[in-house]
Design a protein. Structure first.
Length: 764
C-alpha cells in the first residue's frame, strides 16, 4: 500500500511539475527547422535536452578541401543539414548546433531498396549513389522527433532519441532488396585523412559494436558505438575504401567483404540486408560512448532496451516539455514559436559527456569517473559566456554548476593547466580569443550556484590568465596590450582579456582574496591602452607604443579584431561602461556614437569575405549576427538615454529573429543568439557576467512565469504591451519602483513579480 502511494506521488510530481503547476504542452511551439538555412547552422533532428546523441539528417557530403585548399562551400554544412537542399544522404548521430566551424557527423545510417549502392552519389545525380530525394512537404520536425519520406525508396524514416541512444524507425515497401547502410567514412568537415581508424564487430544477427577515431577539429577523438536491429538481418557485408595497403597481414586468408564478423580499416562502409513486407517497420537503436564498446552497449540497454520507438519518442517529448515549462509565457503565436524554439536551442548544448555509469574519457585520454556531477562537453565559450551561461544561472543553475565542475575537470586533466577555451570530446580546440571560462566560473560562484571548491576554481582562473605563452598573454601582462605585429587579433584579445581579468577580480573580491583582486582589477583597465583618443576608437598598437598607421574602422581583416571591426569592438568594455563613456567624451557624445552605429550603412565590401555574416545579421553598422556587440544596445542606460536601449532592443528582436528556416540573423552559436533573445524578451540582460546586475531593456512578452529550481516563481508582466509600445513608463518590483534600470540576480531568485508599464512614447 505504501509503495502504491509513493508511485502515485511520483506520478503527480511528474505530471504537475514545478511548484505544483500543471505542465503546459509547449512542444508544439518548437520549430527545429528555424535557423537551418543560411547562417543558422542548426540541425532539425532528434535529441533530448543536452543529449550526447543529436540524431539528424545530412543533406550533402561536402569535403573540407578542394584541390588541396579550403572549400568555402563546406561552411554551409556546419550542422550537416541545409534547408534548400533536395537530397538526404543519411542520418548521423552527433552534431553541433549553430557553430561557425564543425566536426562530428558520426555513424551515418541510410535505408535503401533495390540494387545496393555503397557511395553517397551527388546532389546533381542522386541515382549514382545511396542518397534520396525528399520534399519539405513530406518532412516533420519536432522537439525529440523527426520524420521524412525518402522518395527514391518509398521509405518513411523516423528518428527519436534518448540521452545516449539514437533511435530510427524505417517503414519499408515490400521487397527482398531492403538494405540499411552504416557509413563509417561519413563526417562533417570531412576530408580523406580525417578517419584514423574504424572497427566493427558483428556479435549476432541483430547486434554489432565498434568505434571510430578521427583527427579533425578535435585532434584525437574516439567514439564507440553499439547498434541493434529490431529484426535479424539475412546477410551483411562491407567495402573498405582504404586504397592499396603496403601490408595487410594474414587477415587476407579470409574474405572479409561478406558475412565476416570483424572489420577494421580507415574507410569502411557496411550494409545489412533484409526482406520486408509492405509497410514493415525496422527499428534501429545506436548508442554511443566516449569510453568503450561495452559502455555503449550498457547505455543502449539502460536507456532504450526493450522500449519501442513510440515509447522513446513519448519520453523524449515529455522531457522537452518539462524543460520548456521552466518559463511559461503569454504572447502571439509567432512570439511563442520564436520563444520556445529559442529555449529549445539553448537546451541543446553543452552536451552530456559521460556514460550511464558515470565514466568518460578525459583530456588526458584516460578514463575518469564523474563523482557527484554530470560531465559536459561542447563549450563554445567565446559565444556562450555572454548570455547562455548567465541564463543557465537563472533557469538551469544545477546544470550550470556541473558545467563549471566539468571545466575544472578539464583544467585538472590539461597538460598545460588551462581552463577550456573551446572544447569538445576530450579535446581542446583552441578556437577564438579570450579565456572566457573564467567569466562562467566567476558568474556561477558569485551568484551562489557552485558547490565545489571556490578557492581552487579561482586559482585555476589565475593560472589560465597567467599562461604567458598563449595568444599574447605575456605581452599583455608586460605591456598592458598585445603588439599588432605579433598577433593578428591583438586588439580583440586585449579587450577580452581585460574583461576576463575583471571577472577574476570580482571572484577574488567575493572570496576575500585582496591581493589577487588588486592585481586583476588593475589588469582589467588594459583596454585603455588600445583606445586612440585622436579617433575615439579602439586601434591596433605596435610594439614601440605607436598606433598602427594603416587603419580602417570598418574592415574586419588585418585590423586586430576577430569577427568584428573597430566600430563594434570599440564598445567592448562591458565591465566599465562609465570609464568608456569618459574616454569617448561624456554621455552625450557616447550616445551620439551609439546612434551612429545603429544608423550608419555598412557597405557590403566590409563583410563580403566574412563567412558567418550576411546583410540580414546587420542593423546599421551593428552586427548582431556576431557576438562582440551583443551588450551594446544596453549601453544607452549608462549614457542616460534608456529609452534608446528600449527602442533598439525591440528592433533587434523584431529584425534578427523570425519563425522561418532562415529566421536567424547569424549562427546560433550553441545557444548564445537564442539566450540573447530569451533574456531580452523578458526585459533584462547581463551586460557584464560576474556581476549580480542585469541591465533592464524592453520586454517583448506580455507575461512570463519563471519556475525556479529553488521552488520559487518570478513573474514578469508588461502592461499595455504591443509592437508599438516599446518604451518603459514605469517599473515596479514587488510593488517598489525601480528607477536605475537595474535588476539584481537576487531579486529574481527571491521570487516575486516585476511589472513593466509600457507606452508608445519615450520617457526622457
Amino acid at each position: 500500500m505504501q509503495k502504491t502511494k509513493f508511485t502515485f506521488l511520483l506520478f503527480l510530481l511528474a505530471y504537475f511539475g514545478i511548484n505544483g503547476q500543471q505542465l503546459q504542452k509547449l512542444t508544439p511551439y518548437v520549430h527545429p527547422l528555424i535557423g537551418t538555412e543560411k547562417m543558422g547552422h542548426t540541425f532539425p533532428g532528434a535529441t533530448v535536452p543536452f543529449g550526447s546523441v543529436q540524431l539528424s539528417p545530412e543533406t550533402d557530403t561536402i569535403s573540407y578541401e578542394l584541390n588541396g585548399k579550403y572549400n568555402g562551400d563546406v561552411y554551409k554544412y556546419c550542422a550537416g543539414y541545409r534547408y534548400e537542399d533536395k537530397t538526404i544522404t543519411g542520418f548521423s548521430h552527433t552534431h553541433f548546433s549553430g557553430t561557425g566551424h564543425s566536426d562530428l557527423g558520426d555513424f551515418l545510417v541510410m535505408p535503401t531498396t533495390g540494387k545496393l549502392k555503397l557511395n553517397p552519389g551527388t546532389a546533381s545525380n542522386p541515382e549514382s549513389g545511396y542518397r534520396s530525394r525528399f520534399s519539405h512537404s513530406d518532412e516533420t520536425s519536432e522537439a525529440g522527433y523527426y520524420k521524412v519520406k525518402l522518395q527514391d525508396y518509398n521509405i518513411l524514416a523516423e528518428l527519436t532519441a534518448t540521452t545516449r541512444v539514437g533511435v530510427h524507425r524505417y517503414t519499408f515497401p515490400k521487397t527482398d532488396q531492403a538494405h540499411i547502410i552504416l557509413d563509417l567514412m561519413a563526417g562533417i568537415y570531412n576530408y580523406n585523412n580525417k578517419n584514423v581508424w574504424t572497427y566493427v564487430r558483428v556479435n549476432d544477427d541483430r547486434t554489432l559494436t565498434g568505434y571510430r577515431q578521427t583527427n579533425g577539429w578535435a585532434r584525437t577523438r574516439t567514439v564507440y558505438f553499439a547498434m541493434k536491429f529490431s529484426k535479424p538481418f539475412k546477410s551483411y557485408g562491407q567495402k573498405n575504401y582504404d586504397g592499396k595497403r603496403v601490408y595487410n597481414g594474414f587477415w587476407r586468408k579470409f574474405d572479409q567483404s561478406k558475412n565476416f564478423p570483424e572489420i577494421a580499416g580507415k574507410q569502411i562502409r557496411m550494409y545489412f540486408d533484409f526482406n520486408t513486407q509492405e509497410n514493415e517497420a525496422i527499428e534501429v537503436q545506436l548508442a554511443i560512448s566516449p569510453v568503450s564498446q561495452a559502455n555503449a552497449m550498457e547505455n543502449l540497454e539502460k536507456e532504450a532496451g526493450n522500449l519501442s520507438f513510440d515509447q522513446i519518442k513519448t519520453k523524449a517529448q515529455e522531457n522537452w516539455n518539462k524543460e520548456l515549462n521552466k518559463i511559461v509565457t503569454k504572447g502571439t503565436e509567432d512570439q511563442k514559436v520564436n520563444f520556445y524554439t529559442a529555449m529549445y536551442h539553448t537546451f541543446i548544448n553543452p552536451t552530456i559527456y559521460m556514460d550511464a555509469n558515470g565514466e568518460y574519457k578525459g583530456l588526458d585520454q584516460n578514463t575518469h569517473q564523474a563523482q557527484g556531477f554530470t560531465n559536459y562537453t561542447t563549450f563554445s565559450l567565446w559565444d556562450t559566456y555572454r548570455a547562455l551561461h548567465p541564463y543557465f544561472n537563472i533557469i538551469q543553475p544545477k546544470r550550470n554548476a556541473d558545467m563549471v565542475k566539468s571545466m575544472m575537470a578539464h583544467y585538472e586533466q590539461s597538460s598545460l593547466k588551462m581552463l577550456p577555451i573551446w572544447s569538445h570530446y576530450a579535446n581542446e580546440n583552441w578556437c577564438m580569443s579570450g579565456y572566457h571560462s573564467v567569466s562562467v566560473i566567476a558568474d556561477a560562484i558569485i551568484k551562489g550556484n557552485y558547490t565545489g571548491d571556490a578557492k581552487a576554481a579561482l586559482m585555476a582562473c589565475v593560472a589560465t590568465a597567467n599562461k604567458r605563452n598563449y595568444e599574447g598573454i605575456g605581452d599583455y601582462i608586460d605591456k598592458g596590450y598585445i603588439p599588432a605585429e605579433k598577433n593578428g587579433t591583438s586588439v580583440s584579445n586585449t579587450l577580452e582579456y581585460a574583461y576576463d581579468d575583471w571577472a577574476i577580480a570580482q571572484l577574488a573580491k567575493h572570496l576575500g582574496e585582496t591581493e589577487i583582486y588588486n592585481q586583476f582589477i588593475k589588469r582589467s583597465e588594459n583596454w585603455r591602452n588600445n583606445f586612440d583618443k585622436t579617433t575615439g576608437f579602439m586601434r591596433p598598437r605596435m610594439a614601440d607604443g605607436n598606433f598602427k598607421k594603416e587603419f580602417d574602422l570598418l574592415s574586419t581583416h588585418g585590423q586586430g579584431f576577430i569577427e568584428g571591426n573597430s566600430w563594434n569592438y570599440s564598445f567592448f568594455v562591458p565591465h566599465n561602461p562609465d570609464g568608456l563613456i569618459q574616454q569617448m567624451g561624456g554621455k552625450q557624445k557616447f550616445a551620439s556614437k551609439l546612434d551612429q552605429l545603429f544608423s550608419m550603412h555598412l557597405p557590403d565590401e566590409f563583410f563580403a569575405d566574412t563567412e558567418d555574416i550576411t546583410r540580414e545579421g546587420i542593423i546599421g553598422g551593428y552586427v548582431h549576427g556576431n557576438e562582440p556587440a551583443h551588450h551594446v544596445a544596453y549601453f544607452y542606460n549608462w549614457a542616460g538615454q534608456p529609452w534608446k536601449t528600449q527602442k533598439q532592443v525591440r528592433h533587434i528582436l523584431e529584425m534578427q529573429y523570425k519563425s522561418t528556416p532562415d529566421g536567424l540573423g547569424g549562427n546560433d552559436d550553441t545557444g548564445q543568439m537564442s539566450a540573447w533573445y530569451i533574456l531580452s524578451s523578458l526585459g533584462f540582460y547581463p551586460v557584464a557576467p560576474g556581476s549580480e546586475d542585469y541591465a533592464i531593456g524592453s520586454p517583448a512578452i506580455k507575461n512570463a512565469v519563471l519556475a525556479l529550481e529553488n521552488g520559487k516563481n518570478f513573474e514578469i508582466e508588461a502592461i499595455d504591451q504591443s509592437p508599438g509600445n516599446v518604451y518603459v513608463k514605469k517599473i515596479l518590483l514587488n510593488g517598489k519602483e525601480i528607477k536605475n534600470f537595474t535588476l539584481k540576480h537576487s531579486d529574481i531568485m527571491n521570487g516575486g513579480k516585476i511589472v513593466f508599464y509600457m507606452s508608445n512614447k519615450p520617457k526622457k
